[in-house]
Write a protein that binds this ligand. Structure first.
Ligand SMILES: N[C@@H](CCC(=O)N[C@@H](CS)C(=O)NCC(=O)O)C(=O)O
Length: 205
């Protein structure tokens, strides 16, 4: 088995689903968490191929792009985390891109907004716009559940479950359990994720 080192900030963000997937796949890894000045210094030294994190080093080789890393972890250590059915795989990939690309980019300006009132206004616009569209899209994709493609937890469920957890925690001003209220299937997925034995074990580690 290769050695793994995951580099990110000391925050959940894009890295938390990768950390959870590595844990569920029983793949030991070094969880390297950088303070922002350390990140900037390393970035200036060219430590990150595209200047961004998360970065997974596989036997010392630097690999970036969150969704690709998640699929690799699923392929390597936990086949159940990625469906073998091609349509189910398409749904998983579409949800990963929706959250890692569309939602992340839409969210970024509000993360840097310092004025609390403006931040809340930006979050309201997100819920009325791209975030709401993404949540409606996911709600429509979930079938009988509890997870996105059925009974098995996939890497897309990890991303969705962490998203639900983050909104419910109140860590993002203007987003809360109420944001999920119009999306009962997604809210149920969030509950099933939080109760998954592997996720419970990850939280207790
Ligand atoms: N497409 C990349 C985007 C990575 C990304 O935007 N990372 C942010 C943190 S979440 C970052 O490193 N920002 C700091 C910077 O670009 O200087 C992925 O999906 O992993």
């Amino acid at each position: 088995m290769p050695t793994f080192r995951l580099t990110y900030f000391d925050a959940p963000g894009r890295a938390e689903p990768i950390r959870v997937a590595l844990f569920l796949a029983k793949l030991p890894f070094e969880d390297r968490r950088l303070k922002f000045p350390e990140f900037m210094a390393l970035k200036q030294q060219g430590a990150f191929p595209l200047g961004s994190v998360p970065m997974l080093e596989v036997d010392g080789r630097a690999i970036v792009q969150t969704a690709a890393i998640l699929r690799y972890v699923a392929r390597l250590g936990a086949p159940a985390l990625y469906p073998s059915d091609p349509y189910a795989g398409l749904v998983v990939d579409s949800v990963l891109d929706t959250f890692n690309d569309t939602v992340s980019h839409a969210m970024t300006p509000s993360l840097f907004e310092r004025d609390p009132a403006k931040k809340i206004e930006m979050r309201r616009a997100l819920v009325d716009g791209p975030l709401g569209a993404a949540l409606r899209y996911v709600e429509g994709l979930i079938g009988d559940g509890p997870f996105l493609t059925g009974a098995e937890l996939t890497i897309a469920d990890i991303v969705l479950g962490e998203t639900c957890r983050q909104y419910r925690s109140g860590a993002l001003d203007g987003l809360s359990a109420e944001t999920l209220a119009p999306f009962p299937k997604l809210a149920r997925l969030g509950d099933a994720y939080a109760a998954h034995p592997g996720v419970v074990a990850y939280a207790a580690r």
